[in-house]
Design a protein around this ligand. Structure first.
Ligand SMILES: Cc1cc2nc3c(=O)[nH]c(=O)nc-3n(C[C@H](O)[C@H](O)[C@H](O)COP(=O)(O)O)c2cc1C
Ligand code: SF4
Length: 542
C-alpha cells in the first residue's frame, strides 16, 4: 500500500503533494471530513482509510482540534516559567474553553510564555490585536564574524555566486565542504559530506535535497531564527548542496508552529525565482508546511509526511541517501547545517575547520530560555566552555537553578555542579554521559520538582511516539502512567522502571524511544536524593 501511495504521490507532487491536499481540505474547520477524504481518495486513487490514517496523526488536523481558535504553548520553558495558566485565563475572555487548544512548542522559549491565534504566534503578555505581538528573537554573536551573514540585500549575489561555483567547479565545492569538517546540526552530528558524497555518487537522475525545519525540540528556536531572519542563507546552502550532488529540487519542511517562518521562506523562494541564478541553476524550491507532529523531525518520518503517508518512522536501511523521498536518493539536513554552507564556500573549508575543536568545527547557534538574564539565540564557537556560554554570554540565571536541560527532551539534563566540566562540542558532552543535541538550553528552577519534570518528559514522549515499534508505543505510555501514579506512599518499583528504560533503549526503532532513557538516567542519578521517596529501591537507578 505505502509503495502505491508513494508512486501516486510522486507523480502529482509538482502541483500539490498529497499532504498539501490534506492541509488544504482542513483549512476551514481544522479537520478534513470523511466525505472530503473520500473525494480526495478518488481523485488521487488512494484509499480514504490511508488518508484518514495520515490526517488523524497530526495535532492540527485531528478531531480534537476541530474549530480551535487559539493555542496555548505547553513547551518545557513555558511550563517552567509558570505563566501559561494566566495566558489561558486571558484567552478565556475572548474564546470558550472548547475553542482553546494546546501546542508544543511555539519556540518563544526566550519569553517563557506564548500563544497562537490564527496564523500568528504571540508572546504571553502581547495584545492579540497588535502587529508587534511577537517582536523578534534576540540574536547575539560571540564569534569574530557571524556564519549567517546579516540581514542585507545579499540574496541575489549569494545565489549567483553559488550557482556559478557549483556549475563551474563542483569538485572544488565538495573539497571545501569536506575539509570544513561540518557535522549535522540537527542533533546527531553526522559528517555532512558523507551524506552529500553518497547522494552525489548515486547513479540516478532524480535526486532531492530536503531541509529539516521541523525543530520540534521544546527549548530550541535557533532554526526558527534562521528561517525567519536568514531564509536566503538556508536556500543558498540547499542550492549549493543540490548542485554539488546533481539535484534540481529542494523541499523545505517548516513546522506548523512557525507560521512567520513559513511566510518568510515563501517570500525568499519568490525572490530566488526572480534572480538570474534561478534560470542558470534550473533549481526549484518547494515549501512544505507541517501540521503538528514532533516525530516529523525524524528524517524518515519527515519524508513520509511530505509524501502524504502516515508519518511513522521507516526502518533503515535503506537510508535516505539511498532511497529517500519518493524512493529517490535524498539529502536530508538540518536548517543550521544548510545555512552554514555559504560561509564555508565564501571563506574556505579550512577557515571553518580552524574554528572550534578538531572534531567539532565551526560555530553553533545556542538557544537560551527565559531563565537566563540574556535569553535568545547566541552564536558561539564550538568548544567554548559551557560555563562561559551560560554565565558570560547568557548573563547567568535570573533565579536559583538546579540543572539545565540541553538539546531538548532527547538531549541531556546537566546538574549545575557539572556545568564547569563541559564545553560546547559533541565529544565533551558524550565524554561526561550527556548529549549536546541541537543545543537549546532550558534552565530548571531549584524549586521545580524533578518528579514533575520526569512526568513532563514521559507525557511528551507518549503523546509524540509514532507507534511504529512496540517498545516505544507501549513503553512511553507505561512510564508516563508509572510516574503519574507515583506517590510517597506508593513509590515506583525501581527495578521495573530500569527494565523499562533498558527495553526502550535497546528495542526502539528510532531515537525517540531509544534516546529517552539518557536524560531520564541523568535525572535519576544526579537527583537521587530528591527522588528517593518516589522510587522503592535506592541504588538501582544507574
Ligand atoms: C525524534 C527525533 C526528532 C528529531 N527532530 C529533528 C528536528 O526537529 N530537526 C532536525 O534537523 N533533526 C531532527 N532529528 C534528526 C533527524 O532525524 C536527522 O538526523 C537530521 O535532520 C539530519 O540533519 P543534520 O545531519 O543536518 O543534523 C530528529 C531525530 C529524532 C529521532
Ligand atoms: S521509537 Fe517511538 S517514535 Fe521511534 S519508531 Fe518506535 S514508536 Fe516510532
Amino acid at each position: 500500500m505505502s509503495q502505491n501511495i508513494r508512486a501516486l504521490s510522486a507523480r502529482s507532487y509538482r502541483e500539490r503533494t498529497l499532504f498539501e491536499a490534506l492541509l488544504e481540505m482542513a483549512r476551514t474547520t481544522g479537520t478534513p471530513s470523511h466525505a472530503q477524504l473520500r473525494v480526495l481518495g478518488e481523485q488521487r486513487q488512494v484509499s480514504p482509510a490511508a488518508l484518514l490514517g495520515a490526517a488523524s496523526f497530526y495535532d492540527f488536523l485531528s478531531e480534537d482540534n476541530r474549530n480551535k481558535q487559539a493555542y496555548v504553548c505547553k513547551g518545557t520553558a513555558c511550563l517552567l516559567a509558570g505563566g501559561q495558566e494566566a495566558v489561558r485565563a486571558r484567552l478565556g475572555a475572548q474564546f470558550s474553553d472548547e475553542q482553546i487548544g494546546e501546542a508544543t512548542c511555539l519556540g518563544h522559549c526566550y519569553r517563557g510564555g506564548a500563544y497562537r491565534i490564527g496564523d500568528h504566534c504571540l508572546d504571553a503578555g502581547a495584545d492579540p490585536d497588535s502587529e508587534q505581538g511577537a517582536g523578534t528573537i534576540p540574536f547575539h554573536c560571540h564569534t569574530p564574524s557571524s556564519m549567517f551573514g546579516d540581514n542585507g540585500d545579499e540574496a541575489e549575489v549569494l545565489y549567483q555566486r553559488i550557482s556559478q561555483t557549483a556549475s563551474s567547479t563542483p569538485v572544488l565545492l565538495l573539497y571545501e565542504l569536506s575539509i570544513s569538517g561540518l557535522r549535522g546540526r540537527g542533533g546527531a552530528g553526522f559528517p555532512f559530506t558523507n551524506k552529500l558524497a553518497a547522494c552525489r555518487s548515486a547513479p540516478v537522475r532524480q535526486k532531492y535535497v530536503v531541509c529539516n525545519g521541523d525543530e520540534g525540540d521544546p527549548g530550541a528556536f535557533s532554526d526558527r531564527w534562521l528561517l525567519e531572519e536568514r531564509p536566503q542563507r538556508v536556500l543558498a546552502g540547499m542550492l549549493a548542496a543540490g548542485l554539488a550532488m546533481g539535484s534540481n529540487m529542494g523541499f523545505l519542511y517548516v513546522r506548523a508552529e512557525y507560521p512567520l517562518a513559513q511566510r518568510r521562506v515563501a517570500e525568499a523562494i519568490e525572490t530566488f525565482e526572480q534572480t538570474p541564478a534561478f534560470v542558470q541553476a534550473g533549481f526549484r524550491f518547494h515549501l512544505v508546511r507541517g501540521a503538528g507532529a514532533y516525530i516529523c523531525g525524524e528524517e524518515t518520518a519527515l519524508l513520509n509526511s511530505i509524501e502524504g503517508l502516515r508519518p511513522e518512522v521507516r526502518t533503515r536501511p535503506p537510508y535516505p541517501a539511498q532511497a529517500g523521498l519518493f524512493e529517490r536518493p535524498t539529502l536530508v539536513s538540518n536548517v543550521e547545517t544548510f545555512a552554514a554552507l555559504p560561509w564555508i564556500l565564501e571563506n574556505g573549508g579550512a577557515a571553518f575547520a580552524a574554528l572550534g575543536t578538531e572534531a567539532s568545527t565551526g560555530t553553533k547557534l545556542v538557544s537560551l530560555d527565559q531563565g537566563f538574564n540574556n535569553p535568545g539565540v547566541h552564536e558561539v564557537t564550538m568548544g567554548t566552555a559551557l560555563e562561559g556560554v551560560i554565565y558570560n554570554y547568557g548573563g547567568g540565571f535570573r533565579r536559583a537553578v538546579k540543572a539545565v536541560q540541553v538539546g531538548g527532551p532527547l538531549g541531556s539534563v546537566v546538574p549545575v555542579e557539572k556545568i564547569t566540566r563541559l564545553s560546547l562540542d559533541f565529544e565533551s558532552f558524550a565524554g561526561e554521559g550527556f548529549l549536546l543535541g541541537h543545543a537549546g538550553i532550558v534552565s530548571i528552577p531549584q524549586d521545580f520538582p524533578m518528579i514533575e519534570f520526569l512526568r513532563h518528559l514521559f507525557t511528551f514522549m507518549a503523546d509524540e511516539s509514532c507507534g511504529k515499534c512496540l517498545p516505544c508505543r507501549l513503553g512511553t505510555e507505561k512510564g508516563r502512567r508509572m510516574l503519574l501514579a507515583a506517590t510517597v506512599d506508593s513509590p515506583i518499583d525501581s527495578i521495573a522502571f530500569d527494565d523499562l528504560l533498558e527495553t526502550l533503549e535497546l528495542g526502539s526503532l528510532c531515537g525517540l524511544g531509544g534516546g529517552l532513557p539518557l536524560p531520564v538516567r541523568n535525572i535519576l542519578s544526579h537527583f537521587r536524593s530528591e527522588l528517593a521517596d518516589y522510587f522503592s529501591l535506592e541504588g538501582d537507578h544507574e
